[in-house]
Design a protein around this ligand. Structure first.
Ligand code: UGA
Length: 431
């Protein structure tokens, strides 16, 4: 099939590369000329395991192309996926300006029947509105349909998630659109759920909200465990073995970050409010997460009294492992709070720290080449992201390098007893 994907970010580029790999002809579009230049020279503008190779293979086989010209993408394809950003506005609601601009371009360039599919996460009823935007600019009076096909892939495992989805949700207006999308997704052999567009849009927001709720729930229970002298890891296992609950997303820690959960939760709260429902439950999910992010700083203050002049080592800056994405990462809140308390911060992340340098441009941080360099002369180390390499550190070496021997394990990656035996003062979350 001939496909264009407008917006070449985490979702758009993975979607485009995967559809190409499934044998379709794909044009990936982005209005960021620099990004397109990079892509044309086989460079991926962000870190996502396996993506560079997938793009290279499909470009070489002639199935994947890039352009900065939305019109070119639209005119040369039958199915158009919209995967542009929907960043948060001041009030938490989603900013749909990019979708509107794409809608205008699509309208102007329609040259025959096309199926326009929302892939970006959008508030319910965006489909109806998108149809009216396209219609307004549809100078050729061409036939078109709008559909919603929310994406559930995770950063860091994006290609695997795209190719092996738990389900494919297709929100459609009619049988014709359903048939086109079912055929497109046939090779994935995954369960397909066909709904109306409004329901598909809500499925996406409700899924992310539910997962955020699961994390905040286990984090609240972790806080109780800490007060009661129980171990959240065992408690989570005991809860998760109930099939109705499930073990996934019950890892307690310093909370969720990234550009999906926090922003989508705010957007879902905002759209609910606009529709006349006060989603108090989700507001509390957000409060718990905000509290959780600053736990390492609280724990350090309890240990040291004051953090003024203390050297604190941060291991992990990205919002989760296997990505260089730092958007709304807990590391940002933690580092800002530490610096406000007068601490001196050293940090290490296994993937490039360029994003961090931009975010912390006004803060003095020593960026280190290894966890051991972070440990040197540090009073405490905080595990912020559970990168695999941190799980296999030479802890005897770490202890020798540190000035004091405090470890705050924000992701519960270490065995408390083992660390205490080595002489560390160990504080996990909820244990
Ligand atoms: C999330 C969803 O999992 C995807 O299904 C969805 O497509 C995506 O948002 C999106 O809307 O685009 P992602 O943000 O890439 O994916 O990352 P997750 O793996 O879901 O992790 C989100 C955050 O939750 C991370 O900060 C992670 O550390 C935290 N988390 C996750 C926990 O604190 N505990 C857990 O048990 C699981």
């Amino acid at each position: 099939m001939k496909i264009s994907v407008i917006g070449s970010g985490y979702v758009g580029l993975v979607t485009g590369a995967c559809f190409a790999d499934l044998g379709n002809e794909v044009i990936c579009v982005d209005n960021d000329l620099e990004k397109i230049k990079k892509l044309k020279s086989n460079k991926i503008p962000f870190y996502e395991p396996g993506l560079e190779n997938l793009v290279k293979v499909n470009v070489n086989e002639g199935r994947l192309k890039f352009t900065e010209d939305t019109g070119e993408g639209v005119r040369n394809s039958d199915i158009i996926f919209i995967a542009v950003g929907t960043p948060p506005k001041e009030d938490g609601s989603a900013d749909l300006t990019a979708i509107e601009n794409v809608g205008k371009e699509i309208g102007k360039n329609l040259n025959g029947y096309k199926l326009i599919v929302e892939k970006s996460t959008v508030p319910v009823r965006t489909g109806e509105w998108l149809r009216s935007v396209i219609e307004k600019y549809n100078v050729n009076n061409a036939e078109f349909d709008v559909a919603s096909n929310p994406e559930f892939l995770r950063e860091g495992t994006a290609i695997h998630d795209f190719m092996n989805p738990d389900r494919i949700v297709l929100g459609v207006e009619n049988e014709k659109s359903a048939q086109i999308l079912v055929k497109l997704y046939e090779p994935l052999n995954a369960p397909i759920l066909i709904t109306d567009i409004n329901s598909a849009e809500i499925i996406k927001h409700a899924s992310n909200a539910f997962l955020s709720m699961k994390i905040s729930f286990i984090n609240a229970v972790a806080n109780i465990c800490e007060l009661a002298g129980a171990d959240i890891k065992k408690v989570a296992k005991g809860i998760g073995l109930d099939k109705r609950i499930g073990e996934a997303f019950l890892n307690a820690g310093i909370g969720y970050g990234g550009f999906c959960f926090p922003k989508d939760l705010d957007a879902f709260i905002a759209i609910s409010e606009r529709l006349g429902y006060d989603f108090k439950l989700l507001k509390e999910v957000r409060n718990i997460n905000d509290h959780q992010k600053l736990l390492p700083v609280k724990k350090l203050k309890n240990i040291f009294g004051t953090l003024n002049g203390k050297i604190i080592g941060i291991l992990g800056l990205s919002f989760k492992p296997n990505t260089d994405d730092m958007r709304l990462a807990p590391s940002i809140d933690i580092i800002n709070a530490l610096v406000n308390e007068g601490a001196i911060v050293k940090a290490y992340d296994p993937v490039e720290i360029e994003n961090a340098k931009k975010i912390f441009k006004n803060i003095d941080i020593t960026y280190c080449e290894s966890p051991y360099e972070v440990a040197r002369e540090s009073d405490a180390i905080v595990i912020v992201t559970e990168w695999n390499e941190f799980k296999y550190l030479d802890l005897i070496k770490i202890k020798k390098l540190m000035k004091e021997n405090v470890i705050i394990d924000g992701r519960n990656i270490f065995d408390r007893k083992k660390l205490e035996k080595l002489g560390f003062l160990y504080k996990g979350i909820g244990r």
